[in-house]
Ligand binder design. Structure first.
Ligand SMILES: [Zn+2]
Length: 145
């Protein structure tokens, strides 16, 4: 689903469906559908929370040289960056992906920059993006066997 950029931004900032509907002219049902499409939790009690996907992400990352980002927050036992948001656990990579692309990833999210554990939103890729990239390389350089 293509989510309108202005609506996605307000959703990420933690506004209620009603407030976003008023600000953008999008029907409340549409806003609710976008919220589900992005995997964002409903605002508790319908109030602005101030705790947003962006603020949760920013508080747990620090920039590295070269535009990469390091996760400074909690890790799962397998070393995956993790943070609770709404009523669920998010991986730091998935959070970075949703912040950058305004959609939920398909398959695993991995850093495409080759830097292990990088969570820079501009560097993360999901499965369809990796497949697309391989197809592009194959078209340019020929299949590598
Ligand atoms: Zn990177």
């Amino acid at each position: 689903m293509k989510v309108r950029a202005d609506v996605a931004q307000l959703l990420r900032q933690g506004h209620t469906n009603r407030a976003i509907s008023r600000a953008t002219g999008a029907a409340p049902k549409t806003v609710a559908r976008y919220r589900r499409a992005l995997g964002l939790p409903p605002t508790p009690l319908g109030h602005f929370t101030g705790s947003t996907l962006q603020s949760r992400f920013d508080a747990r990352t620090e920039p590295l040289p070269g535009g990469h980002m390091r996760w400074t927050g909690a890790l799962t036992s397998r070393g995956t960056p993790t943070v609770s948001y709404g009523r669920r656990q998010w991986s730091g990579l998935r959070m970075a992906f949703v912040l950058r692309w305004d959609r939920q990833p398909v398959g695993h999210v991995l850093p495409g920059c080759g830097t292990p554990r990088c969570v820079a939103p501009d560097h993360v890729e999901d499965k369809p993006m990796r497949v697309q990239l391989r197809a592009t390389f194959a078209a340019i350089f020929g299949e590598v066997s």
